[in-house]
Design a protein around this ligand. Structure first.
Ligand SMILES: Nc1ncnc2c1ncn2[C@@H]1O[C@H](COP(=O)(O)OP(=O)(O)OP(=O)(O)O)[C@@H](O)[C@H]1O
Ligand SMILES: [Mg+2]
Length: 258
């Protein structure tokens, strides 16, 4: 059965989408069958793979208007795209009785047997879309930028996770926390790192994703960072992080993560 992971942090711009794209590509390159789900009306993940302004996407599949749309991007790597239509989902589904389970029932249940990993990109909010993603997942990965403000608001995220765990999905857990856009020359960042380690303990990955413009350049070209420049810091870091993810799911032995 697929490991289903939501990349979540309601703070905007912390690297959720970039991490879904590049951890996904890394896992696919390691031979895992990976499905990425763009579950953000901004559709940055779709955009980052070169799919812009689509007339169909995950929202239409949730409505049952179309079959689940799956785009094959590369060997082992597929995408369910999104478009701006998803912006209406919270309003549209607000009166449904099982509104928290629509992503799971209408989309993921139909395709999950074909994949080893499903990674959901969530929007920067704690509304119904994020609740749907949490209800359909076993794991949450939290990317953090190593700024002081990255610690603010984590309580709200934890509260929502606890609530979904209690009411909707008892198996949900935080399975990974990591820093993005990292620059170890700044003292404040190493302090933030200590606080986060104390809070999330062994869930914090050793790898930090360094600040590297190639991550953004790759997206502008519609590519993951490995296809764009396999030698850049972004590719090196996402490769290391991918190995840690494989270790965490017991797919490779721990010593090969070094
Ligand atoms: N390691 C990095 N180095 C430099 N730039 C990065 C890095 N990671 C992401 N970026 C850039 O930072 C911006 C925000 O990243 P991203 O879109 O992945 O964040 P997000 O958390 O998904 O944002 P949102 O909350 O809006 O969905 C993007 O322009 C992206 O290209
Ligand atoms: Mg995003």
């Amino acid at each position: 059965m697929a490991h289903i992971i939501t990349m979540a942090n309601h703070k905007g711009g912390v690297g959720k989408t970039s991490s879904v794209q590049n951890i996904g590509a890394g896992l696919a390159r390691a031979g895992q069958r990976v499905l990425l789900i763009d579950f953000d009306p901004q559709a940055n993940l779709s955009d980052g793979f070169g799919y812009r302004d689509l007339e169909f996407g995950i929202f239409e599949a949730m409505l049952g208007e179309i079959e689940v749309p799956i785009v094959e991007l590369q060997e082992n790597l597929s995408l369910i795209p999104s478009n701006i239509g998803l912006a209406g989902a919270e309003m549209y589904f607000s009166t449904y009785t099982a509104r928290e389970r629509i992503l799971g029932k209408k989309v993921i249940d139909k395709v999950k047997d074909n994949f080893d990993f499903i990674i959901i990109d969530s929007p920067p909010s704690l509304g119904l879309l994020t609740i749907n993603a949490f209800t359909a997942s076993q794991s949450i990965f939290i990317p953090l930028d190593a700024e002081y403000f990255s610690m603010r608001g984590l309580d709200n995220l934890q509260e929502l996770i606890d609530r979904v765990q209690e009411d909707l999905n008892p198996s949900l857990q935080i399975a990974g926390v990591f820093f993005t856009k990292y620059d170890n020359r700044m003292v404040i960042k190493s302090n933030v790192r200590k606080v986060i380690r104390a809070q999330f303990e062994e869930k914090v990955f050793d790898t930090h994703i360094r600040n590297n413009i190639a991550v953004a350049e790759a997206q502008a070209q519609g590519m993951d960072v490995f296809s764009y420049d396999p030698k850049c810091n972004g590719a090196v870091d996402y490769q290391k992080l991918t190995k840690e993810v494989l270790v965490r799911y017991d797919l490779v032995p721990a010593e090969s993560s070094k």
